[in-house]
Design a protein around this ligand. Sequence first.
Ligand code: SAM
Length: 348
Amino acid sequence: MKNIKELIDNICSGYDPDLEDLKEIVSLEGSEADYLFQAADRVREKYCGDEVQVRAIIEFSNHCRCLCAYCGLNAENKSVKRYRMTIQEIVENAREAIDAGYKTLVLQSGEDMWYTSDKVCTIVKKIKEIDDVAITLSMGERSYEEYKAFKEAGADRYLIKHETADENLYNSLHPHSSFKSRVQCLKDLKDLGFQTGSGFMIGIPGQTYETIAKDIMLLKKIGVHMAGIGPFIPHPLTPLRSAVTGSTFNTLKAVAASRIVLKDAMLPATTSLGVVDSKSRNLVFASGANVIMQKVEPYKYRRLYDIYPKPYGSELTVKEEREKLNEYIKSFGRGIGTGRGDHGKLMD
Ligand code: SAM
């Protein structure tokens, strides 16, 4: 126990862990795992403060050219009804979210090339005309030139998860692309000055504790500003339909380990974690997480953004959902971020 405690303490105070160290940490059990969670909570408080940063996410298109073996939106799934929000719909939806108090909007979609660089830039500029909100794009792999145009149009952040740091596993799950190309996107985005987000799934078939350790090493190596870490959830219309749902305990440990390694990164309590187990979503806020995302697109679209099976509950307005989210954050004693929640500016 002493050695593990020392290792965790040393990482919190700046020691750079190697693969073996991280493998040991993400495979902890019982009171040793609790020690990790408590350490991550202290690091979160020191580097990010007590406020939970709130993001509105607009899932604006479920068209996708990719063949990700785990995702319900993959191009070979002919059963899903596809939708695209128009530029005007997206901008109006953004206005509604801004009126409800959101200061960061995440625009996410499948890899849908219908949204040309010009269209994306128009959307970004029109939203920026409404208010000085932060805009995160999450639209998959694009060229350096396109990312550059998005940045020049005013986009602040880009989220593209590396999904798994095991190159062979990545390539087998993504026959349309490659691990190298995904990592290149992350490098391009950093180079262009985006606040850059990556992340990975827990429990994807073929993953081991060593893979999770490599995932965290990769986040550190890239120098990400955000990392979304959530359990894999099998979708019935994908090749991985019979696989087992990812462990929430392993997810908590991966978030906590990422927190003590990355220190000030934005780490969300992912939607998939809340879907698998709402209790774990509460726990993750005491284990390093400091961000939450709320879907805001109309329900007629939300129901079709079917990356994995999930419940929908009763339909509320964007304002009502925001109020409910505020109450939820207050229920576990944390403050609510009132600004854009930019990386590196939380403690200003
Ligand atoms: N197309 C963009 C991209 O590739 O980054 C963004 C959309 S993609 C649907 C968003 C994220 O959903 C992925 O990064 C992946 O981690 C997650 N995802 C997809 N299918 C999932 C599943 N079955 N279980 C858990 N997460 C899943």
